[in-house]
Unconditional design. Structure first.
Length: 521
């Protein structure tokens, strides 16, 4: 663990937020949401357990820390050498309890069963295996004969031709962070309620804390964690492509080891869902996917995002102001945002609107290789004079200068940046991901009657993206109608005040549960 700017493990918080790769060290929509929640409820105290990748990636915070955050701790899940220090044979521990490895195998079988409803006992069972009195230790995973046999049995179930060495180290690499999570749970700061803002590792940490503390535990999922990891795993180059002649999983390019990783993250999701008292999601498409992934329908409630409408009202242009031929993609320069699609679309847009500009507004340091590729693409398409990498900027400064807020992502939840643009009177053109279609065309009959606040296009279709963008920027009447619809939609359905009130009520319900439990005990 690295000591954070506000480290006070003795401070008890009303709410402990479990955050993976977001606030306060990484900028983005989820981080902004977390900051909204904390600042919106100054009467509550918060602590933060932040889970990051490798040490050294998070040297300073990206946000000012609100005063009601009483404790932050920073942990790294990657970078630890999985090689055992001992030079003895792998199975030099012969006296470990065989029964707990049998329980481990039974729980894994239950998770893989498609016809078995996931229930609280599965999450509880794995929590006990990692934190209970008769727990499996990381040393046993590395050296126990029972662990060796378990890994060998799983390897025997794999397709013929899979390299055992790759399989062995894959299993070791994916399980090592779980022991880190167990150690975090054992020393976690006291809190009345635990709240994870995803499934995955932070969601499973919530399962461990729920089991050990008996405090209420809730989840809010913005994007679907398992879906985003599937997209990540489809692109990584650290899994060998030539170790398995049988291609299984997401698509023809997915090999068996990728499938193992995906099933691992799916299992973390199921256990997170099973342990949570309740699960909050942003829109119905997310809810349907969560049910498919194992979330009990009875635990799910939709709470949409919200933005500070009053803040962005102040930067709206006057009704008679000209529409700038500027498109801004406000977000991180990373593959999931498909920045290259935006760049290719800008070449087409530029041919129709010669003075059009495309602004990329957001951090460029998360994936330096991808950023470099994007800049090379700009040069190769002769767009250096119109496609600009501006880095992080305040949206308050950007919205008055642009005509369209755009997204070319391959995956989103309910993007705050679209709603912020709406509050500033800026229409949007987005890919058909997450709830973007609902944000632009409406959900209910009353919402749809407001009208279109932009356009939605297919993923990875720069021609369609360019066509809709040009149509809006070239027709002032159409643009103003979209701007009017954007303002009305965000003011009616997506005001931050309503979202904060909903979560204040959610927290109070869980705090009452905790208070009642204390009285009983």
């Amino acid at each position: 663990m690295t000591l954070s700017p506000r480290y006070n493990p003795e401070a008890r918080a009303n709410i402990c937020l479990l955050l993976e790769g977001t606030f306060p060290y990484v900028r983005g929509g989820v981080s902004t949401w977390v900051k909204q929640i904390i600042e919106g409820m100054p009467e509550l105290s918060f602590s933060i357990i932040f889970l990051g990748g490798e040490e050294g990636e998070y040297e300073s915070t990206a946000y000012d820390i609100p005063d009601n955050v009483v404790h932050i701790e920073l942990h790294y899940l990657l970078g630890k050498d999985p090689e055992p220090e001992s030079k003895k044979r792998f199975w030099h521990i012969d006296k470990s309890d065989k029964k707990k490895f049998e329980i481990n195998s039974e729980l894994h079988s239950a998770l893989r069963s498609s016809d078995l409803e996931v229930n609280d006992s599965i999450g509880h069972g794995f929590a006990q295996l990692l934190t209970g009195k008769n727990k499996i230790t990381e040393k046993e995973l590395h050296h126990s004969k029972h662990a060796w046999r378990t890994i060998k049995e799983k390897y025997d179930e794999a397709p013929a031709g899979l390299d055992f060495n790759h399989f062995f180290w894959t299993v070791r690499a994916m399980h090592s962070p779980l022991f880190t999570l167990a150690a975090i749970a054992n020393d976690a700061p006291p809190a009345d309620v635990y709240h994870s803002v995803s499934t995955g590792y932070s969601g499973f940490l919530g399962s461990l804390l729920s089991n050990s503390t008996h405090s209420p535990y809730i989840i809010t999922e913005h994007g679907i964690y398992t879906k985003e990891r599937e997209l990540d795993l489809a692109q990584v180059d650290w899994i060998p492509e030539d170790v398995d002649p049988f291609r299984v999983g997401l698509n023809d390019h997915m090999n068996y080891l990728r499938g193992v990783w995906i099933r691992f993250f799916q299992s973390l999701g199921k256990m997170s869902y099973s342990s949570a008292n309740h699960i909050y999601t942003l829109y119905d498409g997310n809810r349907r996917r969560q049910i498919k992934d194992g979330a009990p329908e009875s635990k799910l409630t939709i709470v949409p995002n919200g933005v500070n409408v009053e803040r962005f009202q102040r930067v709206r242009r006057s009704d008679d102001a000209p529409v700038p031929p500027v498109l801004a993609l406000i977000g991180r320069v990373v593959p999931i945002k498909d920045i290259k699609n935006f760049i290719r679309a800008m070449r087409i847009i530029r041919s129709k609107i010669p003075n059009a500009e495309g602004w990329l507004v957001g951090p460029q340091d998360e994936d330096p290789d991808y950023t470099r590729e994007c800049k090379l693409l700009v040069e190769s398409l002769d767009l250096a004079d119109c496609v600009k990498f501006l880095g992080f900027q305040s949206p308050d400064d950007i919205f008055p200068k642009i005509g369209l807020s755009v997204l070319t992502s391959v995956s989103e939840g309910q993007p705050l940046v679209v709603l912020e643009g709406y509050a500033a009177g800026v229409p949007a053109v987005t890919t058909d991901v997450g709830s973007c279609s609902e944000l632009i065309y409406g959900v209910s009959d009353e919402d749809k009657a407001i009208g279109s606040s932009g356009a939605v296009v297919p993923i990875s279709d720069p021609a369609a993206f360019a066509r809709e963008s040009v149509a809006l920027l070239s027709d002032e009447t159409q643009w103003r109608a979209a701007s009017k619809a954007a303002i009305q939609r965000v003011e009616t359905y997506y005001d931050e005040k309503d979202m904060i009130d909903r979560y204040r009520s959610i927290y109070q319900t869980q705090l009452d549960i905790k208070l009642q439990a204390r009285k009983v005990s």
